[in-house]
Design a protein around this ligand. Structure first.
Ligand SMILES: [Ca+2]
Ligand SMILES: [Ca+2]
Ligand SMILES: [Ca+2]
Length: 641
């Protein structure tokens, strides 16, 4: 789109105008004509292209001024220039007005032009480099051919001794921090100075001021100083015009993740302003805009390769810790232990957070989403546990009461799926909630809205409130099939036992337990149907793992024996809660059964005794560990949500 502007001429006077390359200037010869004038002629310097437009038909004007045109309201001039001026007001267009054929002009109007180039540039084509004047930089589109720049929320801490995330102040403490930001370049070209009365201003809208921050580095070579020029409380910044070819480099950080009230898009503008008269506001005569999308938070599913396993060290979990350590040693990821001085006796710390990441073409880093379950967690232990190279985000409800469903043991994410022709290349987030019609507890709305607003892992709600703790990881998990781009959904199931060789008749001969479990099986089946539909799974994709639940005083389910589906998945190595089932020929028949289901797929089963460390506190191995995983190789901006 060509930007256009109208400049008014005035007979008998000289009008100054700054022309910005790539635009068109219109001027109306008719209303600027002296009384009695009937025709006009034109002269112009070589740098200007002048067209007479009559009734929509354009005719290019030669420089000699011999041709005459009739003055008419439907006749206007269109001007453009191809090169920046080397001197101010060095180009001009002169209009001469005549009363009759052959006579000398009765008056003249002069337009003195200064051509400059202004371009606000970003990495709109997403290759990691700021290009020059991308025509699509002002808009934002998804997909492999999409255009528009990307911002990261600067939610890590590059200076570990500071108490809060980098984006929470208007300062930059290190060069490292600048690498998290997206670069933006203001390019200008023109004469040494502009005619008096022009100003170049960078600005943002009021509604973007809590979402984006812009810095400028003063003295890039000696004793750097980082200057905050746009963001909170700073809506505009006057840029000094330096003349010649200039490139001003800015650094842009995101301050907020997309959420229910924020689409994720922010824009930064540059305008050339013109002075008219004392006391009159400056008016913009040219504006260039760039649009960024703030990178969404992306959760990493089980099928991605593990990087770090987190586990708590408690007074009573020495054996559990040792078994987890043995398992991790079979993989090539590292183990990070959260010691008691950090976890302060809370064995669930790792279950309060969900690992994910954010990514832009220039940079990416891991980000944990902290559950709102316990407000205390966010200030101390988690950040200690993670160290400085992590981003951090949390959501806190303003009015709602936080429940156990808000803990992130209650979130899972599926592997990539295609459902009814629609691809979810980053999978779908599975959120446990109460029964849709029951109106009971459900995951806090702010968290659901947050996940929805990220757009790239469209959430699915499951029914998990039939469980005492109420987490989806109590009845389902995903495992990769080694060497294949396939996965299986593992689901806790009672049918998994009775239909096959294994029966635990002894346990199920207890009448009330048997009835309770028929009810629990219905709850499981309800979720099974949702999962099949929303992830386009067939029965072939699902493996039933034997489980048994018993009803608590609130008529909710807790695991009767260690719940094997609540496992840790580290590539092909599975750390499964040791079920302590009936022994057949000195082997646990449940373990034998699970091995027979999973080992043929290439998975390796390690059974971990979690009874005293987690099971008796209503959790299992999965709740007692957490895993940071590699990001997807697929770039989120290549998808179409
Ligand atoms: Ca680029
Ligand atoms: Ca900062
Ligand atoms: Ca940072």
């Amino acid at each position: 789109m060509v930007r256009e502007r109208t400049v008014r001429l005035l007979y008998g006077s000289r009008v100054e105008a700054v022309y910005v390359l790539g635009t068109q200037l219109w001027t109306d010869v008719y209303s600027a004509a002296p009384a009695g004038a009937k025709t006009f002629s034109l002269k112009h310097s070589e740098g200007v292209k002048v067209e007479v437009v009559r009734d929509g038909e354009a005719e290019e004007v030669v420089t000699n001024g011999k041709q005459r045109w009739a003055l008419s309201p439907s006749t206007t001039l269109r001007l453009s220039m191809a090169q920046a001026s080397t001197e101010a007001s060095s180009d001009k267009v002169t209009v001469s007005y005549y009363e009759e054929e052959g006579s000398a002009p009765i008056d003249q109007a002069g337009l003195f032009l200064t051509a400059i180039e202004i371009s606000l540039d970003v990495d709109a084509d997403r290759d990691g480099e700021v290009e020059k004047n991308n025509p699509k930089k002002a808009s934002w589109t998804w997909g492999p051919d999409g255009q528009g720049a990307i911002l990261l929320v600067n939610c890590d801490r590059d200076t570990p001794w500071l108490p809060t995330e980098d984006c929470n102040d208007e300062k930059v403490y290190s060069k490292e921090d600048l690498k998290d930001m997206s670069q933006m370049i203001l390019r200008t070209k023109g004469p040494d100075r502009l005619p008096a009365g022009y100003e170049i201003v960078l600005y943002i809208s009021m509604s973007d001021s809590d979402k984006v921050g812009v810095f400028y580095v003063e003295n890039p070579f000696f004793g750097q100083r980082y200057i905050h020029i746009l963001g909170r409380q700073k809506l505009f910044h006057v840029v000094k015009y330096t003349g010649g070819s200039a490139e001003l480099l800015f650094f842009v950080e995101g301050l907020r993740f997309p959420d229910e009230s924020f689409s994720g898009l922010v824009s930064i503008h540059v305008s050339l302003l013109e002075y008219m008269a004392e006391g009159i506001p400056l008016t913009p005569i040219f504006t260039d805009t760039v649009t960024f999308r703030i990178a969404p938070w992306i959760m990493t599913p089980n099928i991605l390769p593990p990087v770090t396993v987190f586990v708590c060290c408690m007074k009573d979990n020495y054996l559990f810790l040792k078994e987890v350590k043995n398992l991790v040693e079979k993989t090539n990821c590292e183990l990070k232990v959260c010691f008691q001085y950090m976890n302060r006796g809370d064995r669930w710390i790792q279950d309060e957070i969900e690992f994910g990441y954010i990514e832009a073409p220039h940079k990416g880093f891991p980000v944990v989403l902290d559950s709102p379950r316990d407000g205390n967690l966010k200030d101390f232990p988690i950040k200690q546990l993670l160290g400085p190279d992590f981003g951090y985000v949390t959501r806190e409800p303003l009015f709602e009461k936080v429940t156990s469903l808000d803990s992130f043991g209650n979130l899972e994410v599926s592997p990539p799926v295609t459902v009814n022709g629609k691809a979810y290349p980053l999978g779908r987030i599975l959120i446990g909630s109460s029964f849709p019609l029951s109106g009971g507890r459900r995951m806090t709305k702010v968290v659901r809205d947050f996940l929805q607003a990220q757009q790239v892992q469209a959430p699915v709600e499951l029914y998990s409130d039939w469980l005492t703790v109420g987490h989806v990881d109590e009845f389902m998990t995903f495992v990769p099939i080694p060497g294949k781009k396939e996965f299986r959904l593992l689901m806790a199931s009672l049918g998994g036992m009775s239909g096959k060789r294994i029966t635990i008749n002894k346990i199920l001969s207890n009448e009330s337990l048997s009835q309770e479990n028929q009810y629990f099986q219905r709850c499981l089946d309800w979720n099974r149907d949702i999962l099949k539909k929303e992830l386009a799974l067939t029965e072939r994709d699902i493996i039933d793992l034997p489980a048994l639940f018993k009803m608590d005083e609130d008529r909710q389910a807790r695991a009767f024996f260690p719940n094997m589906v609540n496992m840790i998945v580290l590539d092909k190595e599975l750390g499964i809660p040791k079920p302590f089932g009936p022994q057949v020929e000195e082997e646990c028949c449940l373990e034998t059964h699970v091995r027979s289901l999973l080992e043929p797929l290439g998975l390796a089963c390690t059974f971990i005794d979690d009874i005293s460390a987690y099971h008796k506190f209503l959790g299992e191995v999965h709740c007692g560990t957490n895993v940071r995983r590699k990001p997807f190789t697929f770039k989120w901006w290549h998808m179409v949500p």
